[in-house]
Design a binder for this molecule. Structure first.
Ligand code: FAD
Ligand code: SF4
Length: 454
């Protein structure tokens, strides 16, 4: 896929990847073998009929392609941009063994973008097999919540999403930057879900505005908790409270949700120095580093304790970060931060690692090399080492069982320890991916339907 030139794109927040033309999409779709036993479908957590939608594109039937995707997926414009297809459908594609797998994600994005501003099929249920008037509350409007709500609305339920922030979308709106996932694109997929009949109430913090027990009194018969993993982890080393050290969560929320890159047109400021250290190497770290660069930093370093092979970020995003001039300090771990007399960070002490035996994640464990400490001048730090679950809502449900990490325990139907209360997405699995959260939302919708039918 064509992209903006790296030298130009580091000076703007416009989307980096530019999408396929009609000719490119048709030609890519024609490579598909239309396999009878399509392995790609098994690699898709929401089970899109991939060969059928690709065949429609190959024939130039773009509206039909989009309708086919939307039968299973309410967020195709989002998925086509940020899903790790290389680990999902494209990895399973039969052509991945021989040549290059079909660019399923690129084709999904093409179909979704083609549909923008065009009238496509109405996906609301035409007839409901019985009068379903039960009210269902979905808590959280990230990919898990939106998918569950959309699927329940298609089945005819009266669904309301309750969202604590002022805009729906979860990480899609507050975390992933504009240059990777434009917010008007998220808005289009959210509008599709609303058009299925889903109501969305924002500025509604369940656990504070109302508890689940109070919502039961309002007539809600089932709940889906999809509140994500939005609580940032820190390193726990000396100097971490110095000024100039952000959690990636705060840094990205200020930048994306509050649009600090458009300050003073938008009134949230952000301070980024000249030499920025981003700790971690997942998607969150790449997004933070590339945002810092666009906000005016001169030298941006990814500091990671393992090697490139173990980096959790998407391969495409690592490649794009390199193209943009992000530097990588690998096999390196911060041990303390140092500051000036005014309390601002100005240096980081780092320790070199070597790789040892694999740990429980299957990745080789970083082993510190004694005496290898060195220091680097920096003036901003962004800590992107992972997120955990926010305890606010779980603390209001005495019978809700949590695991040692504070994640909600759910059974194979995604029912929690409380009857009628389901949970899925990052709040159950810990920080994962958009499509896994959507898969959980789909599964929960099926289980809630069965539960409400008795
Ligand atoms: P979330 O998206 O976190 O949504 C949860 C929602 O619940 C939020 O809107 C929150 O405000 C709301 N909420 C929380 N508590 C309450 C409450 N008490 N009451 C009401 N509402 C509440 N995955 C990919 O597949 N590809 C990527 O490229 C990618 N990049 C990422 C980049 C960043 C910066 C981050 C942070 C994550 C990224 N991920 C990526 C991971 C992916 O975004 C998450 O796995 C996914 O969003 C989880 O979905 P969710 O619906 O479970 O939760
Ligand atoms: Fe097409 Fe690959 Fe799916 Fe076969 S496995 S139908 S070639 S996308």
């Amino acid at each position: 896929m064509r992209t903006q030139d790296p030298n130009i794109r580091i000076k703007n927040f416009n989307e980096v990847a530019l999408g396929l033309t009609e000719e490119e999409a048709v030609s890519e779709a024609k490579r598909c073998l239309k396999c009878k036993k399509a392995l790609c479908v098994g690699g898709c957590p929401v089970e899109i009929d991939i060969p059928s939608f690709i065949e429609h594109i190959a024939k130039g039937e773009f509206a039909k392609a989009l309708d086919k995707i939307r039968e299973k997926n309410s967020l195709p414009a989002v998925c086509g941009r940020v899903c790790p297809q290389e680990d999902q459908c494209e990895k399973a594609c039969v052509l991945s063994n021989k040549k290059i797998p079909i660019g399923i994600g690129d084709l999904e994005r093409f179909a979704a973008d083609w549909g923008m501003g065009r009238q496509t099929r109405d996906h609301r249920p035409k007839t409901v097999d019985r009068k379903i008037n039960e009210k269902v509350a979905v808590i959280g409007s990230g990919p898990a919540g939106l998918t569950c709500a959309g699927d329940l609305a298609r089945k005819g339920y009266d669904v309301t999403i309750l969202e604590s922030l002022h805009k729906p979308g979860g990480v899609l709106i507050y975390g992933i930057p504009e240059f990777r996932l434009p917010k008007n694109i998220v808005g289009i997929d959210v509008d599709f879900v609303k058009n299925l009949g889903v109501k969305i109430e924002t500025n509604y913090l369940v656990g504070k505005t109302k508890t689940i027990d109070e919502l039961k009194e309002d007539g809600y018969k089932a709940f889906f908790i999809a509140i994500g993993a939005g609580l940032p982890y820190f390193l726990g080393v000396d100097g971490e409270n110095l000024n100039g050290i952000y959690s990636a969560n705060e840094f990205l929320t200020r930048t994306n949700l509050m649009k600090s890159y458009l300050f003073p047109e938008y009134d949230t400021p952000i301070r980024v120095g000249e030499r920025v250290a981003v700790i971690g190497a997942g998607n969150v770290a790449m997004d933070s580093a590339r945002s810092a660069l666009r906000l005016g930093a001169k030298d941006v370093y990814i500091i990671y304790r393992r090697t490139e092979e173990e980096m959790p970020a998407r391969i495409d995003e690592i490649r794009r970060a390199k193209e943009e001039g992000i530097r990588f300090e690998l096999l390196t771990n911060p041990t303390k931060f140092l500051g000036n007399a005014d309390g601002w960070v100005n240096e980081v002490e780092l320790l070199k690692n070597k790789l040892g035996e694999p740990d429980s994640s299957g990745r080789r464990r970083p082993v510190p090399i004694k005496g290898s400490e060195f220091r680097m001048k920096i003036d901003t730090v962004i800590c992107a080492i992972g997120q955990g679950s926010n305890p606010l809502l779980p603390a209001t449900l005495a019978k809700l069982k949590l695991n040692d990490d504070g994640n909600i325990i759910a059974d194979e139907r995604l029912m929690t320890s409380i009857n009628g209360v389901f949970a899925g997405g990052d709040i159950v699995t810990g920080a994962a991916t958009v499509i896994e959260a959507m898969g959980a939302g789909k599964k929960a919708a099926g289980s809630i339907d069965q539960y409400l039918r008795g």
